[in-house]
Design a protein around this ligand. Structure first.
Ligand SMILES: NC(=O)c1ccc[n+]([C@@H]2O[C@H](COP(=O)([O-])OP(=O)(O)OC[C@H]3O[C@@H](n4cnc5c(N)ncnc54)[C@H](OP(=O)(O)O)[C@@H]3O)[C@@H](O)[C@H]2O)c1
Length: 160
């Protein structure tokens, strides 16, 4: 079982669907308003408020964890997996101090994109759009994107 923190965001929404397509069982943390949404993407949902670690433990052993939030949960992910090599974050800069890998953009992007396009063509990967903005609204799109409670992506429309 893989634990994903911040499962309802833009990255989390894609991760959950890719995991489902690969037959990987996921537990996703999200706010109360996103529990049904996370379940609709094939994961077991739990809230990230006090006691989240214990709620995860009750669901069974965690084989690996992916932190998409950076809200200080990586120590908990380390406790649950018992091994820094089983945790990856894309959002917590403290990770290297704990021996946990911080993953940035990189790796084999063409292969990853081709796999994503395949899943989209098969109807198994859908990227929800939380809101679209005209280019003239870019100034308001930025603070909105930091509001922290989105579901899917915010899109800036650039017409040529
Ligand atoms: N390293 C890289 O290359 C890379 C690439 C892309 C993104 N990132 C980083 O990865 C993070 C996620 O990006 P994103 O685009 O998916 O963000 P996003 O779409 O803005 O998602 C924000 C999500 O955070 C959730 N959230 C807020 N507080 C939380 C908490 N304490 N625990 C768990 N979830 C919480 C919200 O869900 P609820 O409403 O359910 O609370 C919301 O769905 C950001 O920090 C971003 O900067 C890094």
């Amino acid at each position: 079982m893989v634990l994903v923190s911040d499962a309802a965001g833009g990255v989390g929404s894609a991760v959950l669907q890719i995991a489902r397509a690969r037959g990987i069982k996921v537990i996703g943390t999200a706010g109360p308003a996103n529990q049904d949404y996370v379940r609709s993407l094939g994961a077991t949902a739990i809230t990230y408020d006090a006691g989240w670690e214990e709620r995860v433990r009750r669901l069974g052993p965690v084989d690996a964890a992916l932190d998409l939030n950076g809200a200080g949960v990586i120590r908990g992910l380390l406790d649950l997996t018992g091994d820094p090599d089983k945790v990856i974050t894309i959002a917590d800069l403290e990770a290297p101090m704990l021996g946990i890998r911080f993953a940035g953009v990189g790796g084999s992007m063409p292969e990853a994109l081709a796999a994503a396009v395949d899943l989209i063509a098969q109807g198994r990967l859908h990227i929800p759009v939380d809101r679209s903005y005209a280019l003239t609204e870019a100034a308001s799109a930025h603070p909105d994107s930091q509001a922290e409670h989105t579901r899917g992506r915010r899109v800036l429309l650039v017409r040529t």
